[in-house]
Design a protein around this ligand. Structure first.
Ligand code: PDD
Length: 283
């Protein structure tokens, strides 16, 4: 099902696909990426993902290796050779592999483009029925997390700490004790009857799912606010907390740092938004 990868325009068996040890994505995390969910063979919000990819590339000064139409064709071909259906496309563009490892940016090197498919793991029914646990962690990441770079060690370690505590996600807290986002998700909370989410800033990835959730809230006349500071103290007394991402969709959080959130069940507002999300055209 998911055994063909795309490397620099060629389709190859995934287990034989390889990249140079001099690739700067490998050596310096000098690369950016996207994860695009695929429903019934159709990549969800591909335009938005390609637009964010273009922004990430521009932010780090890597030339976009393809025109928009070429990306669309290549990624759809990749999905089709891997059998269509429900899956998830991982796509990475690195600055390339110069002859020497050195920090200064290389001249005249072509980016490397790697993409492959993985089985999509939708949230299991038990997760939707009971919600998940999250823990809070100090945000130790760099200051430009709006760029979707592969420099994810702080995210990976925070997620590992969450998993060690049998939680699904780590939520990053900034120096002003405000909630930022998850290690691989954005966050919403219902506090005093108001749906709140941190406003976009360089510490936050502009999640595509976050955008879809905001569209759903607006379309259903559910009042919501993007706030410059979402205090952890507010999160601790929230009636509902949700995390969202391309792989998690929108998940209710019913435990925070070992303490029950709201009444301990996925909330009514979450249920409404989750239901509406299922009705969104998944192309
Ligand atoms: N990550 N914030 C961070 C730090 C993320 O890594 C992600 C997603 C999101 C949500 O973005 P989106 O809705 O566009 O998926 C927010 C992907 C899924 C990953 O790294 O696997």
């Amino acid at each position: 099902m998911t055994d063909t990868a795309l490397i620099n325009g060629s389709f190859v068996a995934a287990e034989q696909a390889s990249i140079s040890i001099f690739d700067r994505g490998f050596l310096f995390a000098d690369s950016v990426y996207e994860v695009v969910p695929v429903y019934a063979g159709r990549p969800f919000r591909l335009e938005a993902h390609l637009s964010r990819l273009a922004d990430s590339l521009a932010a780090v000064g890597i030339d976009n290796p393809h025109q928009h139409g070429d990306w669309v064709r290549l990624l759809n071909d990749l999905i089709n050779v891997n059998g269509g259906g429900d899956q998830s496309v991982y796509l990475q563009v690195t600055r390339g592999a110069p002859a020497r490892r050195e920090h200064r940016l290389p001249q005249d090197v072509d980016p490397n483009i790697v993409a492959f498919c993985q089985a999509r793991r939708p949230p299991p029914p038990a997760t939707l029925a009971d919600g998940v646990a999250a823990v809070t962690r100090r945000d130790t990441r760099w200051a430009r997390c709006h760029i979707k770079s592969t420099s994810l060690l702080a995210n990976v370690l925070a997620a590992a700490e969450a998993h060690a505590e049998e939680a699904t996600e780590a939520l990053f807290i900034d120096e002003a004790d405000g909630v930022v986002e998850g290690s691989s998700s954005n966050i919403f909370a219902v506090v005093d009857g108001r749906v709140l989410t941190p406003a976009l800033r360089p510490a936050i990835l502009p999640g595509i799912t976050r955008g879809v959730v905001l569209d759903v809230l607006a379309a259903n006349d559910i009042a919501h606010h993007m706030v410059d500071h979402l205090p952890l103290t507010a999160l601790r007394r929230a009636d509902e907390i949700w995390i969202c991402s391309s792989s998690r969709e929108i998940m209710p959080v019913t435990q925070l740092d070992g303490v029950t959130v709201g009444n301990g069940r996925p909330g009514d507002v979450w249920a409404k938004v989750y239901g509406a999300l299922q009705e969104v055209d998944h192309e």
